[in-house]
Design a protein around this ligand. Structure first.
Ligand code: DHB
Ligand code: FE
Length: 275
């Protein structure tokens, strides 16, 4: 198959930045003490890295140029979600019971089509990729089914591209909100996503290349699972034996979130704690 779209870092970065601005409330009440504590710690980390590694003036100026490029290319959401979000999630997880969380990433879009418990995700007539049937239940900490729970699901296509961000893919493709039945069950038919590559032609890609790292995330399904009276969980599911499961550039894989596919089917039960 020939690719009909070849997204550039500039496209993905700009769309991810615009999406962040339009969907995320980014103001929070923080005391001057808290700002000072955290900002001082961050700066101290930078200062220590400079001392420890004898960072030179040319290196400092190159870093400044790179940070300017990162901002101008709109790549802050891509960069922060790949290299920093997993630690914010790790801290949030300290107080979370039930299903393990993982990073949200830059490609969530709210307000997708609502579908019943047994559904096929919106996809193109000629959608490529092997079929995948993803089923399971949503339950509470006591194992009681949660009827009417929402699985807000989104994932990349068989080339690793997300609708709404890569050009040439219809809006809402491989995205939906699936509602569980009276027994808390769901069965979602979709296609197997491919691993995702951080766009290599922008500043984030330049850093990865210059450092000799690889730019890949393993194939994954994204989910936000919600039920009234329960704490929503943002997570991702991965596929055992898949490429990059053990070397995710975003360090967002947890062993509990790796599924064992059998015959193009995977199952997973989500456990939600009270709100
Ligand atoms: C990024 C992309 C993803 O699909 C994801 O799950 C996490 C991060 C990124 O490009 O930053
Ligand atoms: Fe993703």
């Amino acid at each position: 198959m020939t690719a009909v779209h070849s997204p550039t870092a500039a496209d993905s970065g700009a769309s991810a930045s615009a999406n962040f601005r339009s969907t995320t409330r980014s103001s929070v009440d923080v005391s001057p003490e808290r700002v000072s504590t955290v900002a001082t710690a961050v700066l101290k980390g930078v200062h220590e890295a400079i001392r420890e590694h004898d960072v030179t003036y040319p290196e400092f100026q190159a870093a400044k140029q790179w940070l300017m490029d990162l901002g101008e290319g709109g790549e802050w959401p891509l960069f922060l979600d790949v290299f920093v979000e997993h630690v914010v999630e790790e801290v949030a997880a300290r107080t979370q019971d039930g299903t393990k969380g993982s990073i949200l990433g830059p490609y969530y879009l709210p307000d997708q089509v609502t579908l019943p418990a047994v559904s096929t995700l919106p996809m193109r007539a000629d959608e490529q990729g092997s079929p995948l049937v993803f089923s399971g239940r949503v339950v509470d900490l006591a194992g009681q089914p949660l009827a009417g729970a929402e699985l807000d699901v989104w994932h990349a296509d068989s080339e690793g591209y997300y609708s709404g961000f890569a050009p040439g893919i219809p809006d809402g493709n491989l995205r939906a909100v699936v509602v569980t039945d009276a027994e808390g069950r769901f069965e979602i038919t979709t296609v197997q996503p491919a691993p995702y590559q951080i766009p290599t032609d922008g500043p984030t890609g330049q850093l990865i290349d210059a450092a000799g790292w690889h730019p890949w995330r393993p194939a994954h399904l994204h989910l936000i699972v919600r039920a009234p009276g329960h704490r929503p969980i943002t997570t991702q599911l991965y596929f055992a034996g898949g490429e990059y499961v053990d070397s995710d550039v975003a360090e967002a894989v947890k062993p509990e979130l790796v599924l064992m596919p059998s015959d193009q089917r995977v199952t997973y039960d989500f456990v939600l704690e009270p709100a």
